[in-house]
Design a protein around this ligand. Structure first.
Ligand code: ATP
Ligand code: MG
Length: 557
């Protein structure tokens, strides 16, 4: 492609709303352009990279035996019957001219399942793994980071249908292997973490996380290979022998104007972990839960809701707290009513601790388990760096990751609801076992740029670069140079190398800056060495330059 003929535009300045390097670089390099918040269009270079990702994904999915289809984006709202509430404001909803309500698909579990239900009747037609690469629409509360979290984004979503759980295990493993191959081919440094299944039912779920400091997810990892999302990461519990410790009597203390747990503990000559912290939640707008953790730890809400059951969890209001007989900031687990009190397992090891007195500006110190009421113990605290690994006892570390893929077993969650059944060998009607597997294609594109860039621009691996070579003509007025560059360009084209020819009238400085910005793995400068029959070859990843015979150059590719 001749750059003079191309729709090619780069920028020296970073876009004002960009916080992370991939967003800045993809806009500056002319890959993407903002349409509106969370909505980006693809310029020629960006589209080529996106296509490469799709090609790799498609190749590996097809190799795994999965079968590509395409659902519609415009869908009747009834298709999502049981999830309309779950998606809530995330769903784009609209009406057609007859007043019928439609939506733009945020995910396609129900849609695929309905197609399978209509076409599959017998066990002989199973198993199936179906997929599509298609835009999804979600009205995210906080679209940000360019393609990382958009309102319109490209997803590869796949769904498997099996006769039984063993079949589902098999399909799930096939998809896990396929995802590993895909992300390896894309050159990404990633970890696979155990994740929470959310409220979607089913029993296994893993996320593919690209390691990155700007990742929105915190991941707990151990050198032994254990890796889990903080929503899932388990905390080890070992009983401590406190039999030698004298249990003191609880005494009420006036504790005004102390804003933090640290300040409160300090005022009583103690430290944060001597406090029993009580956080009050509302589950599904109905049940009130008091969660107890040591003062130096946080409640992990996902683990809490898994422990107590329910769909939605939110902080309780001031009124909710009054309704159980307490007051915000001074909640203590005694004398409360109309609530469930759940403590983290580690609370069993606490002695002579501080608790709220259910009264403004008062706490008790030297409280003990005998003084309080707890309905249940469970693992509800958030795991953190320094904790012990539940698998090997080693020390856990915390890293950040970008979720680029998610695979999960949904079992019969959707097939029961939509009555997606087949007849087994004995002619008995059974629900299919289902799995769902997603890759955020556009998010993955950002994640690649996040991992592959330097101070000059984007530095892509060959497999995903929009072009492999950029031939920069140093001086358009020098006939010999132009001719040498044209000859080289033609010979690379003949060899099917994806090559750009920078034949713009601009100066060499500007052209080189562009070449370094746009993510090509090789830059060839045809300039002052042409008379000696040579050109400069720059390997973009190392920025190493070498003089190469023009005659030999085409052979290098
Ligand atoms: P997140 O926790 O990041 O919101 P999710 O759990 O909603 O993700 P899924 O519904 O499992 O995501 O979607 C599958 C994949 O689609 C995700 O792993 C992610 O890579 C991608 N994805 C999800 N939401 C977005 C978005 N708003 N913009 C870009 N990619 C997204
Ligand atoms: Mg989401």
């Amino acid at each position: 492609m001749r750059i003079s003929k191309m729709f090619f535009k780069t920028y020296r300045e970073n876009p004002q709303d960009a916080e992370i390097k991939s967003h800045k670089l993809m806009v500056r390099a002319g890959y993407i352009k903002k349409q509106s918040a969370g909505v980006y269009l693809f310029m020629p270079l960006g589209l080529r990279m996106l296509r490469k990702l799709c090609d790799i994904i498609r190749e590996e999915m097809d190799k795994s035996g999965a079968c590509e289809m395409q659902m519609t984006s415009l869908l009747p709202i009834e298709a999502y019957a049981s999830r309309v509430e779950h998606f809530g404001k995330d769903m784009f909803r609209l009406f057609d001219r007859s007043g019928k309500e439609l939506c733009l698909g945020p995910s396609h579990e129900e849609i695929f399942t309905n197609v399978v239900k209509d076409a599959v009747t017998s066990y002989k037609q199973l198993p199936l793994i179906l997929y599509q690469i298609q835009n999804k629409y979600r009205d995210e509360v906080r679209p940000r980071f360019g393609l990382m979290r958009g309102k319109e984004f490209l997803m590869k979503d796949a769904y498997s249908y099996d006769v039984d759980k063993a079949g589902l295990d098999n399909s799930y493993n096939i998809m896990a292997d396929t995802y590993k191959r895909i992300f390896n081919r894309l050159g990404l440094d990633f970890v696979i973490v155990n994740a929470d299944n959310g409220t979607m039912g089913g029993d296994a779920s893993q996320e593919f996380m690209v390691k990155s400091n700007i990742g929105e997810d915190e991941i707990i990892v151990c050198d032994c290979g254990y890796a889990a999302n903080t929503e899932k990461a388990e905390c080890d519990y070992h009983p401590v022998d406190n039999s030698g410790v004298e249990l003191l009597n609880k005494t009420k203390r006036h504790t005004p104007k102390l804003k933090t747990v640290d300040d409160l503990a300090k005022s009583l000559g103690k430290v944060a972990k001597d406090m029993l912290k009580a956080i009050v939640y509302k589950i599904d707008g109905k049940r009130t839960i008091v969660a107890l953790v040591p003062g130096d730890r946080e409640v992990e809400e996902t683990k809490l809701i898994r422990a107590v059951g329910g769909m939605n969890i939110e902080m309780a209001s001031l009124q909710d707290i009054e309704d159980i007989g307490s007051v915000a900031g001074f909640v203590g687990p005694f004398g409360l009513h109309n609530c469930e009190i759940v403590a983290d397992n580690s609370v069993k090891n606490m002695v002579n601790f501080i608790i709220g007195a259910n009264e403004i500006d008062y706490h008790y110190e030297n409280a003990n388990l005998r003084d309080i009421h707890i309905d249940n113990f469970a693992d509800i605290k958030k795991a953190q760096a320094g904790d012990k690994c539940v698998v090997c006892g080693g020390e856990l570390r915390s890293i950040r990751g970008i979720e680029v893929g998610h695979i999960f077993k949904q079992n019969t969650r959707y097939t029961e609801e939509l009555q997606c059944k087949y007849l087994d060998e004995n002619g008995k009607s059974q629900y299919m076992q289902m799995g769902a597997y997603g890759i955020g294609v556009t998010r993955t594109m950002s994640a690649i740029v996040e991992q592959y860039s330097d101070e000059y621009g984007i530095v892509l691996p060959e497999e995903v670069a929009p072009y492999k070579v950029d031939i920069v003509i140093a001086n358009m007025k020098d006939k010999d140079i132009v001719e040498a560059a044209e000859t080289l360009y033609q010979s690379l084209l003949d060899k099917k190398v994806e090559v750009l020819l920078d034949d713009r009238a601009d100066g060499i400085g500007a052209k080189l800056k562009d070449a370094e910005l746009i993510g090509v793995p090789y830059i060839i400068v045809v300039g002052k060495y042409t008379s000696e029959g040579k050109a400069e070859l720059v390997v973009r990843s190392t920025m190493k330059r070498e003089l190469v015979d023009l005659a030999d150059l085409a052979k290098r590719f």
